[in-house]
Design a protein around this ligand. Sequence first.
Ligand code: NAD
Length: 686
Amino acid sequence: MTVKSRSKRDRVSSLIDTIPEPLGAVRVAAAQPDVRVITIDNPPVNALSFALSEELLAAVEAAERDTSVRAVVFIGANGIFSGGADVNDFATEPTDGTVTIRDVVARVGRGTKTYVAAIDGNALGGGFELALACDYRVATARSKLGLPEIKLGLIPGAGGTQRLPRLIGAQDALQMMLGGQSIKAADAQKKGMLDDVTEGDVLVAALALIARVVATEPKRRLSERTASLGVANLGLFATPFVVAQAHKMVPAEENGGFAAHKLIDAVQAAIELPFARGVAREARLFDELVRSAPSEALRHVFFAERELSNIPGLPAAEALAIHTAAVIGAGTMGTGIAITFAQAGIPVIVIDPSDTAVEKARATIFGMFKYQVDKGRLTQQEAWKLANSISFEEDFAAVADADVIVEAVFESMDVKKDVFAKLDTAAKLGAILASNTSTLDIDEIAAATNRPERVLGLHFFAPANIMKLVEIVRGKATSPQTLLTGMKLAKLLRKIGVVSGNAFGFIGNRMLFAYERQAIELAEEGVSPARIDAVMKDRFGFAMGPFAVADLSGLDVYRHIERAAGEQLGRIPIVERLVDEGRLGQKSGAGFFRYDKAVGKGREPISDAHVDDLIAQLAGEADIARRADISDDEIIARLTSTLTETGADLLRTGVALRPGDVDLVWIYGYGFPPHRGGPMWYAEHA
Ligand code: NAD
């Protein structure tokens, strides 16, 4: 059979003729004589790959041809409806013979039977688009629906941008797709996205619904509706006004907003064009995006995350169970880490001898959970329960039952060694002992115990309950089981856990020190810190510029690390000088920039001529030539290539395992713009 030379239709019919049911990843069964159930079974997430779409289309065609069938139910195996398209397929240009989920959705949309999506678990991306093409949707209460394509720099490409606005109004649909967040079944039902939500069996609910509707309203195609704007009537100008506002609210095309602008265009088409033309517009926009540099970069990030759990050469071992935790130190980091445990449902005991620190920690925790209640993210009871799962103790004996203990005391080797020696006595034998140190040697810390194989670094980022990154530092004695438990813990805490070797500054800070130094060199050559920050933030897309980052971390901390590191870092005169002047950064109201309580709650950097003069003076003393011709491009090139070169060094020396790991560290820990793929990807693809 020469499949490729035949049209898509021929190919499908030949499949139906030649492949007996059940087909590979799609199972077909009759729930009742006139109801056909098509089960999507492609573990783990029922991805709608090209291959699966072909089977699905064949199953739909067969149902359409069978005159005894009145209704078709789609359902997912593996505890999920479908996680959406197979991201691997985006790299393959579909040929004439390829069947994609777009074809399946289009066929269902034109279908003559009553189609029902019976959703249990997530219905995301193409999975939700398939559900939208159905006449009815029912779901279990635990299910979630969403169109997260924007996170991969894409838009829904199987009719989602046209059907969702017709279902819930353009404004709500746009908001949901721009955020890429999924929505819980109960909320989805309130918005009219689901016809029924059940606590019981979803197939039973789907069959009951069919029995109710099949005689009265068997077909209910969204494609036959018009999309309302979903906002108060603004007359003739409503659509252009809302569209213009939407374009203004998302980042610029070249700065991470490429897909967002296309999404707005697609939704505009849903309001203004007939369905078929809107779908054609969506397809064109999708095809353009799937080949775009930002989407390729975001897909690289997606795959890099999936690679994280693969540690080459790691002997097989089983991660330990984690039921309870302890944190040593109730400072900035300890408090954030304790909140992170609580939010993951792991009760945590915090040890700190300082009453002042404990009082402050309690206030922070209370404030954080209150904020969640105010925002409607938690109920009073949930917040109360979470806050109560964090308890404070003075005595190390209280850690006796903890499965994992994270130390977050002062950054001093003596203090840490003392803490680990005490933990060695107080912790149970199987416990994992972790340090949150930023720069100290994990092996030296581990040597303070009689169980170095149980010790590793878990380097969280501030604020620990918000930042997604954790560097998992593998000491020379860290056992495979300890490492795997650390990796499992990162997942439980919903963090991105990147394994790093035990080298000064690990992956992230090692690169940060080189990057900050390069920023200071640029300043010494005559570019103001304010300009450098503006270029890296506004033009390149970092969350913050390098000088604002230094001010936030604290210049005293920086100087302390510099001095402790000795040869490895060397002293930076401007940092020494600013600290001598009492300019410690944001916390003291001045560092490289000034901060004013009246401006952005004291967090907004304000440029300071005094610092510019100081840098010029120090540059003069060091005989550094000042240049007036440093372009924005040069600023970006020098700073990003410093990151890449340092990252390459870390890869060469085995501190980082893969370029993708370095990219994840900088995206999730340091605000590198994700649409540029991280420093290593950027160097190859910019
Ligand atoms: P911090 O000064 O805010 O808190 C340290 C806390 O440890 C204090 O509350 C202190 O009372 C307590 N403490 C000191 N000795 C103790 C002991 N023997 N037993 C119990 N508690 C003790 O410091 P931080 O900013 O939270 O930093 C803690 C650790 O986290 C350091 O190793 C630091 O390098 C690392 N870290 C900090 C950041 C950051 O941005 N602040 C980021 C990543 C890692």
